[in-house]
Design a protein. Structure first.
Length: 147
């Protein structure tokens, strides 16, 4: 039980920060030279339920920098979550991790939609889910005894 206490606290703390940033958009504007990045996301428009539509739109019309920030930002954002899961839930396997990798981003997107602080985007669910699975695989890489 003691071995799970710190990872459990970290997972709850990370989840809280994640909700604060992703759902409530509590993130400052980032300035790099003459460029400014507002990470608040879109709050107007139609939901995207077509996989890869937003990703392709960013890459084709937003440029590689904006597309890359969107894609890698959405992936990296949930890597720690996937990494912490096996520390808290010792019997988790890749199938359960995959279920969580779909469920958590789906809940985040639904919360954004219900609270009118964002638009549902299936691409965010996909990218966030990839991040969870990368985190889980990194855990497995460093813990060969895991299933």
């Amino acid at each position: 039980m003691k071995r799970r206490l710190i990872p459990s606290i970290l997972l709850v703390a990370y989840s809280t920060i994640l909700i604060k940033i992703v759902v409530f958009k509590d993130l400052p504007v980032i300035k790099i030279g003459h460029m400014m990045f507002k990470m608040g996301g879109t709050t107007e428009g139609q939901a995207n339920v077509v996989p890869f539509k937003t990703i392709l739109l960013y890459l084709n019309h937003g440029g590689l920098i904006i597309g890359g920030i969107n894609i890698f930002g959405n992936i990296i954002l949930l890597v720690p979550f996937g990494f912490l899961l096996p520390f808290v839930f010792r019997k988790i396997n890749w199938k359960k991790s995959l279920a969580i990798a779909v469920a958590v981003p789906l809940v985040i997107e639904i919360m954004q939609t219900i609270l009118h602080v964002g638009i549902f985007d299936i691409d965010d669910v996909i990218l966030n889910g990839v991040g969870v699975m990368i985190g889980y695989e990194v855990y497995r890489l460093f813990n060969p005894d895991s299933k």
